[in-house]
Design a protein around this ligand. Structure first.
Ligand code: B12
Ligand code: SF4
Length: 661
């Protein structure tokens, strides 16, 4: 069968690449169509002609509507085409997707390698045949059926390595590849869909590949594609045992050494409580240049709410440790979570200020489908919206006001993929790459310039956000004209400062590109496994440049999640060239209407969608910053029920009734 896989094309999309190699190993043809946003829809539609089956990789809930619209267009063009969805969001919202969207024929739950190959083995997607395949949800008439769950892949070493065809990515001119040393997670954070995803499949959730197989993959990438930076997407690169971490990394170091893999850079993610000085030191010696820490909140109350199993002291200690070891660190703080108060928001700001020289961002904890947080918010009557996007209300009305204004005023800065904080995080990562890989004149100065700029962006963001916090303190609305004016001024100052910072960011990015290009063209080629490997880039980049394989830095770093009730403009991976996101706030406009400040329930008898709503945002510049319509979550504007019967079934009940029954 010819299977067309459709998904985002960021950071070598391992979800899809693992599926491609498994399908091919099972004797099928598999091709990939990049779908990074609605702009790619026509191109993807143009590729369905030769496909027998389409697989949609629906990992991100924020993009659910885009994938559904694409599936609908595919079915309209080719009603005979089978459409399978998979990935985090599709798995966690399978029942709702199938109940409400006939354009999706079935959903593969959890890991897809074996299940998709079995589906491709079927000549037709008849219910009779589908019933025999484990780990799927499908529709029979109007009923959604779930087959027996498929256990997790116990031995990850048995999976074919992900397909690596296509261009080589670079960061600051250094070829980079993304890979996995493990799957699953040892945490159980309330907001995270990983917790839910892994409940869908019996068997061990957290599994690790052997160090030898990881080293084999790295060595192949090193030799065949000139890769020098390895970004591990493992949720827990470290486990909570220094002894076990040392044992694993010694084995990996030995395996890499024996395969001639030297002078590399490593990027990992881990939980703060698992990072220990001796382990980080060992990893730094192996090339560790950057860690994404799951700090998430700077308060004990926030940690409890999110069920993070660490303390604020753990986060402080590990961030400080990174500083002292010269390892670049990044973290995101969810200042808005269901138990947030003005006090926790202030404490979070204080935490970020203490670490403002590291890469950071701040956001709202989103509620993803099927998560414990979603269940809690529904049970407490605080959730609005539906399976596509839910938002919650805060206990403290000042926090509600603050969060609404943060979204409106700080969205372009914090959650837009090209917002200044995300740009700053990306640049900060490149500074770490430059520090690790380049000894050319100017390298240190460039890295220092980037780091200073990131500090400036962080401090500027925290100052402005703090001003907004104080303007909202003790208020439920902006009915007081003085308060409204204060907020309007903050909004205008914020936009003005972005207007200064964004061109500066683009100038620095141009300087990084020029630096990387100069390094590629002036270094003489060297063998990658030469005995004395220089820290400057030699052989790989030159060869790649010659072969035309390398592409410039367009990858996304770990961003703050976009608000689920925001439009697609919050995910604009291709917007780098578009320039600054314009603010639609004017100094003379009202910031928030009276109605905005009312709890949503009081607005039930108001129009849900007006003509104005349908207009693009840019046409509404002369409107108040937050109108009554703006304040209604996007989902409430459709004519679908807010909570279907299926929505109301607790997830555990689904699991018991279908999987175990
Ligand atoms: C790498 C990664 C990224 C990469 C890109 C990944 C990609 N595939 O495009 C980058 C850094 C760009 C990224 C960005 C974002 N990410 Co991200 N990311 C991850 C991460 C760490 C690993 C994903 C991965 O590669 N896994 C390895 C593969 C092999 O496993 P898999 O993805 O589960 O795929 C298997 C199955 O799901 C299934 N499957 C998947 N697709 C399909 C399709 C079909 C047809 C079938 C049959 C099966 C199937 O089979 C696969 C093989 O077994 C996950 C966390 C995690 N542990 O999964 C978060 C995660 C997916 N990201 C998340 C989020 C929120 C985002 C962002 C929105 C913001 C942010 N915080 O970073 C952005 C949005 C990007 C965008 N504009 O669309 C959330 C998703 C939550 C949700 N339900 O929406 C996750 C789960 C992190 C988390 N714990 O919250 N991300
Ligand atoms: S947030 Fe990270 S540590 Fe927590 S469950 Fe999700 S992947 Fe695991």
């Amino acid at each position: 069968m010819n299977v067309l896989l459709v998904g985002p094309d960021f950071e070598e999309n391992l979800s899809v690449r693992y599926l491609i190699s498994s399908l091919r190993a099972a004797g099928h043809e598999a091709t990939f169509a990049a779908f990074d946003g609605p702009k790619d829809a026509d191109q993807v539609l143009g590729t369905i002609g030769g496909a027998d089956l389409v697989g949609l990789s629906m990992c991100f809930q924020a993009r659910a509507r885009e994938f559904i619209a694409l599936a609908r267009a595919m079915k309209a063009a080719r009603p005979d085409l089978g459409i399978v969805a998979g990935g985090h969001y599709a798995s966690c919202a399978a029942r709702d997707l199938l109940a409400h969207h006939p354009e999706i024929d079935l959903v593969v739950l959890h890991e897809g390698e074996r299940t998709l190959a079995e589906i491709a083995d079927l000549a037709a997607l008849s219910c009779e045949r589908l019933a025999s395949i484990r780990g799927i949800a499908y529709r029979e008439g109007t009923e959604v059926r779930m087959t027996a769950p498929r256990p997790t892949v116990q031995d990850l070493d048995t999976l074919p390595l992900p397909d690596r065809s296509g261009r080589v990515r670079t960061q600051a001119g250094v070829p980079v590849a993304y890979l996995l040393g493990s799957r699953g997670c040892i945490g159980s954070c309330t907001y995270c869909c990983i917790t839910t995803l892994h409940r869908l499949a019996p068997g061990k959730s957290f599994r690790r590949r052997s160090p030898e197989r990881v080293a084999d993959e790295m060595a192949a990438l090193y030799r065949e594609r000139g890769i020098r930076q390895f970004v591990f997407h493992d949720d827990n690169f470290l486990v909570p045992s220094p002894a076990r971490n040392h044992e694993r990394f010694e084995a990996l170091a030995k395996a890499l050494e024996s395969r001639g893999v030297r002078d590399i850079g490593l990027v990992i993610k881990c939980r703060p409580q698992d990072a220990d000085a001796s382990v980080l030191r060992r990893l730094r010696d192996m090339g560790l240049l950057r860690i994404f820490f799951g700090v998430e909140t700077g308060t004990e109350a926030g940690l409890r709410c999110l069920n993070r199993k660490h303390t604020v002291a753990d986060s402080e200690r590990t961030l400080d440790l990174c500083k002292s070891l010269g390892i670049s660190a990044q973290f995101t703080i969810m200042v808005f979570h269901p138990d947030a108060t003005m006090a926790t928001v202030r404490d979070d700001i204080a935490f970020m200020r203490r670490h403002a020289d590291q890469a950071l961002n701040f956001c709202r904890a989103e509620i993803y489908a099927g998560t414990p947080l979603e269940q809690r918010m529904i049970a407490e009557g605080r959730a609005r919206g539906d399976y596509l996007a839910r938002v919650y209300s805060f206990g403290d009305p000042s926090v509600e006001l603050l969060c609404n204004l943060w979204r409106r005023i700080f969205g372009p800065r914090c959650t837009d993929s090209q917002g200044i904080l995300n740009l700053s995080i990306g640049m900060n990562y490149r500074a770490a790459v430059i520090n690790r890989f380049y000894r050319r004149p100017g390298a240190q100065a460039l890295a220092a310039r980037i780091e200073a700029f990131c500090r400036e962006v962080n401090t500027d963001s925290l100052d402005r956000f703090e001003a907004l916090v104080e303007a909202c303190a003790g208020r439920e609305d902006l009915s007081d004209p003085a308060a409204e004016k204060a907020v309007r001024d903050i909004a205008c100052d914020e936009a003005d400062s972005r207007g200064v910072l964004e061109p500066e960011a683009r100038a620095i990015i141009r300087a990084i590109d020029a630096f990387a290009t100069a390094a590629r063209t002036t270094n003489r080629p060297r063998k990658p496994n030469a005995d004395a490997v220089p820290r400057t880039l030699g052989f790989p980049a030159a060869v790649l440049l010659a072969a035309g394989l390398a592409c410039s830095d367009t990858e996304m770093s770990e961003m703050a999640p976009p608000p689920l009730d925001a439009g697609p403009s919050y995910l604009r991976p291709d917007a780098a060239s578009e320039g600054a996101v314009k603010s639609d706030v004017g100094r003379d406009e009202p910031i928030m209407s009276e109605i905005d400040a009312l709890p949503l329930d009081l607005r039930r008898d108001e129009p849900i969608m007006s003509e104005t709503d349908a207009k693009p945002l840019d046409l509404r510049r002369d409107e108040p910053i937050m109108s009554e319509i703006d304040a209604i979550p996007l989902d409430l504007r459709r004519d679908e029920p807010i909570m279907s019967e299926i929505d109301a079934i607790p997830l555990d009940a689904d699991k018991d009734a279908t999987h175990k029954g």
